[in-house]
Write a protein that binds this ligand. Structure first.
Ligand code: NAI
Ligand code: MG
Length: 322
């Protein structure tokens, strides 16, 4: 039996996570779900977005399924739950898969999640401010291995996106990527971040596994989502050495919360990535979703009139038809 922590969060978070759980339960009976509370409401009570006891329990789980939380800004001392979990659990690899569900093509992005410009606070002086862009040997190695293994599994190659012509950190990172890829027999294509943005807009589907550092990954992975049709269908995984967290990339969408029309596909495909991670059958969920999208009524963000529940049922009946 696998143990999976569930954090549904706010807004449409609970709506789409419930759909994902229904889909998982239609594929396997080997997962038991344990629900945890976290986010701003918890912060107001205890001064942290998740309690120490819950965090301790969560560490013992096999995986985490996460919805979305509302993050108010301008609240002193508040750090969002997802950022807290990434840090506490050392989830260093952020994998986003941006699918074109009608033809099976995908943009695959591996973003380093713990280093670069976001690793530590900068320092401000009266006449300047300085941020640190940190790339360590260990950090570069582990993310390079992650992306190269993924490229192998997918029979693909790496597109390493960097600014090594200017940045010392990327030169360092590049050496490590090239060395490990050569040892593993994986092809590396290189792209400079600025001109790569144009390629990603014009010709998004042919870049194998895109590997890049934290801030570049932050920006290009958001840009890439425009090719998905709706932000509501894009899944992601945050992987560490001990545990991994799976979540749709969208937020809590307060504008449509409670209406029953949130697109559940991003959460469902996140659950599919979780099934793959656990060694269970995620492929069946991807395939069922692709099939459903070909003929089924979709939610309004994709031009349809369906409810969350109708799409979920449609995907589940495709799963049963295999
Ligand atoms: P958002 O992703 O919640 O919404 C952006 C737009 O996309 C809205 O029009 C929304 O209706 C639509 N949308 C998003 N997901 C959808 C779905 N599954 N189906 C149909 N339409 C969908 O981003 P926004 O509005 O910038 O943020 C809202 C809240 O979510 C904020 O408090 C923000 O901090 C939080 N947020 C949380 C994230 C997380 O928990 N990982 C990630 C991004 C934002
Ligand atoms: Mg972002």
């Amino acid at each position: 039996m696998y143990r999976v922590a569930v954090i549904k969060g706010d807004g449409i978070g609970p709506e789409v996570v419930d759909s994902a759980i229904r889909v998982v339960n239609s594929v396997t009976d080997r997962i038991r779900f344990y629900e945890f509370e976290g986010g701003f409401e918890v912060f107001k009570r205890i001064g942290s977005p998740i309690s120490e006891d819950d965090l301790k329990e969560i560490r013992k789980m096999d995986a985490i399924l996460f919805g979305a939380t509302t993050t108010p800004f301008n609240v002193p001392g508040y750090r969002s739950l997802i950022v807290t979990l990434r840090k506490e659990l050392d989830l260093y690899a952020n994998l986003r898969i941006i699918p074109d569900l009608s033809n099976g093509k995908e943009i695959v992005i591996v973003r380093e999640n713990t280093e670069g410009l976001y690793a530590r606070d900068g320092i401000g002086f009266s006449d300047r401010a300085i941020d640190f862009r940190i790339i360590t040997l260990e950090g570069a190695r582990r993310i390079a291995k992650f992306a190269i293994n993924l490229a192998k599994e997918r029979n693909s190659f790496i597109t390493f996106v960097h600014k090594a012509n200017v940045l010392k950190g990327d030169r360092f990172f590049r050496e490590i990527v090239l060395e490990i890829a050569e040892r593993e027999g994986v092809e590396v294509r290189e792209a400079i971040i600025d001109s790569f943005m144009i390629k990603l807009v014009k010709n998004p589907w042919d870049h194998g596994v895109i590997l890049t550092e934290n801030m570049f990954g932050d920006i290009i992975s958001d840009l890439a989502t425009i090719h998905a049709g709706s932000i509501g269908i894009v899944p992601s995984g945050n992987y560490g050495d001990e545990i991994a967290l799976f979540e749709p990339i969208h937020g809590s969408a307060p504008d449509i919360a409670g209406k029953g029309i949130a697109n559940p596909i991003g959460a469902i495909l996140s659950a599919a990535m979780m099934l793959d991670y656990l060694g269970l059958n995620g492929k069946v969920v991807w395939e069922a979703t692709r099939r459903y999208v070909r003929y089924g009524n979709l939610t309004p963000d994709m031009g349809g009139t369906a409810t969350t529940s109708e799409v979920t049922k449609g995907i589940i009946s495709e799963i049963y038809s295999f």
